[in-house]
Write a protein that binds this ligand. Structure first.
Ligand code: FAD
Ligand code: NAP
Length: 313
């Protein structure tokens, strides 16, 4: 059987695409997710900015009902890692890790992105417990408190400026003596009183207790250690888009990509390949938020319904 639509990835983008395609009348839709549905937000201990959801809620709690809602309208779910998506004529082929394949008339991909890890001691253990990669999401938890930001690119500096409005003090730790960021952003950072720039220094170890992070040790190029007591450490050392499934046998991508490896889409989430839509964190200019990923999924699903209708009728 050929699927009307194959959805790759079961985060907020993929699940919303699943809801809208099935509820919108497509009968054969399968979502391929390599782990439990829910996506990367299930790693977050608190989410406060999903509209309409008030009170303390974990990312896991937020995402729990989403698969059930989709399945009610007929979305099928297969737990498998997809290694490649290819296209021949009008037909897409989904290549699964177990060696089997599945053909589909259309594909919505939403395999997300992963913030790069810095690689210091305690980073993984305290991730989500004081170590964060999202200031918009977690900054508010440190209102009036001191935090450390790691990185020297546009993201780190812009997020440091954002955090400086909420927190009492931001220590900006960068491994070199010059920033990679736009000059006017550097100027704004240097003119912000409650940002202390710590150059030529890298994080050595983050430590904490049962409640989470309590401090971080940073080492300068002379090997001197500075111990900073903070409850929050934000790392912004770049992002990697999960785009591996779009790589073809000859090493090229199935569709047009940006230099950073994000999928280029228009405002309808259409890629350069007919019938292929990209959503959520993996597309260009993604706000990297649950609400926007879900929005992308809905937009792509509505496009897919028209595309499949035109293709088959
Ligand atoms: P993802 O959530 O990354 O989902 C992609 C899914 O695809 C994953 O489930 C993955 O397993 C699956 N997948 C990947 N590759 C394959 C493959 N080859 N085969 C099959 N499946 C595959 N946003 C907010 O709005 N508010 C917050 O408070 C907030 N807090 C955050 C806290 C943390 C710690 C993190 C990491 C992120 C946070 N975010 C927050 C950002 C938010 O989680 C993302 O923007 C959002 O999850 C993106 O959704 P997505 O569907 O595009 O991708
Ligand atoms: P980035 O430009 O790649 O910068 C990553 C930063 O992290 C660099 O300063 C790098 O140090 C540092 N870093 C990397 N690995 C590290 C490690 N292991 N330990 C310590 N530091 C480490 O990433 P980004 O800031 O996320 O930006 C990504 C792209 O988006 C860039 O092209 C950026 O210009 C763009 N962007 C633009 C805007 C804007 O236009 N307003 C906003 C955000 C992002 P080094 O400098 O020493 O390499």
């Amino acid at each position: 059987m050929i699927l009307d639509c194959a959805i790759i990835g079961g985060g907020p983008a993929g699940l919303t695409a699943g809801l809208y395609t099935t509820r919108g009348g497509l009968e054969n839709v399968t979502m391929f997710e390599k782990g439990m549905p829910g996506g990367q937000i299930t790693n977050s201990s608190e989410i406060e900015n999903y509209p309409g959801v008030t009170g303390e809620i974990t990312g896991m709690d937020l995402m729990m009902p989403w698969p059930e809602q989709c399945q009610k309208f007929g979305l099928k779910h297969e737990m498998v890692n997809i290694i490649k998506v290819s296209k021949s004529g009008d037909l897409f082929t989904i290549h699964k890790e177990d060696g089997t394949t599945q053909d589909a008339h259309s594909v919505i991909i939403g395999t997300g992105s992963r913030p790069r890890r810095v690689g210091f001691t305690g980073e993984d253990e305290l991730f989500g417990k004081g170590v964060s990669t999202c200031a918009t999401c977690d900054g508010f938890f440190y209102k009036g408190k001191e935090v450390v930001v790691i990185g020297g690119g546009d993201t780190a500096l812009e997020e440091a400026l954002y955090l400086a409005k909420i927190c009492s003090k931001v220590y900006l730790v960068h491994r070199r003596d010059t920033f990679r960021s736009a000059p006017n952003t550097v100027e704004r950072v240097n003119n912000t009183e409650n940002i202390e720039v710590i150059l030529n220094s890298s994080p050595d170890e983050v430590y904490g207790d049962a409640m989470g992070v309590t401090g971080i040790k940073v080492k300068n190029k002379d090997g001197e250690i500075r111990d900073i007591s903070v409850p929050g450490v934000f790392t912004f050392v770049g992002n990697d888009v999960n785009n591996q499934t779009l790589i073809q046998e000859d090493g090229s991508f199935l569709c047009d990509m940006s230099q950073q490896g994000e999928v280029i889409v228009d405002i309808s989430m259409k890629t350069s390949i007919a019938g292929l839509y990209a959503t959520g964190d993996m597309r260009i200019a993604a706000p990297k938020q649950v609400v926007s990923a879900a929005g992308d999924g809905a937009v792509a699903a509505l496009q897919v319904i028209s595309y499949v209708d035109e293709l088959l009728n």
